[in-house]
Design a protein around this ligand. Sequence first.
Ligand SMILES: *Cc1c(COP(=O)(O)O)cnc(C)c1O
Length: 396
Amino acid sequence: MIPYGRQALDEDDIEAVVRVLRSDYLTQGPVVAEFESAVAAYCGVPFAIAVNSATSGLHLACLALGVNQESLVWTSPISFVASSNCALYCGASVDFVDIDVNDGCMSVRALRQKLENAQRLGQRLPDVVIPVHFAGQPCDMAGIHALAVEYGFRIIEDAAHAIGSSYEGRRTGSCAYADICVFSFHPVKVMTSGEGGLVSTQNETLAERIRLLSSHGVTRDKHLMTGKPNGAWAYHQIDLGFNYRMSDIHAALGLSQLAKLDRFVAERNAIAQHYQRAFGDIGLATLSVRANCYSAYHLFQILLPEAVSREAVFLHLREQGVGANVHYIPIYKQPYYQRLGFAYDYCPNAESFYGRVVTLPMFPSLKTKEIDQVIDTVRQVLISTSAVVRDNTKGD
Ligand SMILES: *Cc1c(COP(=O)(O)O)cnc(C)c1O
């Protein structure tokens, strides 16, 4: 089975990890700081805090922006559950802004409409909005930022898919249009540290708060200590934090992978072009790419015609050795979110997208022969299933 995604590791990645294993520090050593500086330089942002996952990073980002039981956070329904769970961790309420069916990203139009409606009806406005750079393409951040200025909310970019992408010529992570940006280095993403994530920001106060909370809320900085110092050995817990730190073992892999990131993303773009040409020829829709974006292509997806059964296509592809997948089941459909009271078909565009989308294999070491095999299989499957009428499992 050709998987839909996989890490690209070389000998030098393995050696980088082994060097740490032979060194004095497995964690809280020098490599994490080196990795943070390297990502900050890459993104063109002053502050970067490495963490043990993007999920942790999103939680810390929410906390740093003051998200609490009184807060309302809006995000995209077509995402991994971590995008909205981070707000629930803080006791906040969450709500979902519909997507643009053509690219899977949060729709600025839907956001504006939802804001206007809330204001008109005297309902709560969001404190934080979390756009998700779906499949690696940055959302329309200028549009979202303009609404943030108008309506007074803060922005966290969920860039779990999008390290190596850029928007208006600036790299994602630069936080040109956001307060905080969060990356994931899970092995299936664009580059990996095993498990891991990173939070970037231009705001020093936010950066300090995120760093403090990533390590138990404990500080050795005398300026931050409150109350009586205990002695030369003093450390003070000044807030309730977590152990969300990245280890040096993980950072070594991340640092080694970062050096190859631009190549990974260029290879992903070349594969995407290959797919787009082939599927364009048979009139099969793929996600649209906006002119001011360079996508990191974490995922590559086709959008099936309404009349074709996605289930049949999915099963056929799997039978033929193509590891198809579906990203994502709208978050509000998850049983946990259903218990929070969301309608099962809450966002119309997300429903339509989810009903048609199939994720195909996309990773740097995918061979031309395999790409062609995927394309041929999709073609055959479409011919053999075009007569299959969609059954009532549609949307599930
Ligand atoms: C993978 C992913 C996350 C979570 O990343 P982890 O590093 O596994 O915690 C969050 N948001 C999105 C959109 C993701 O795809």
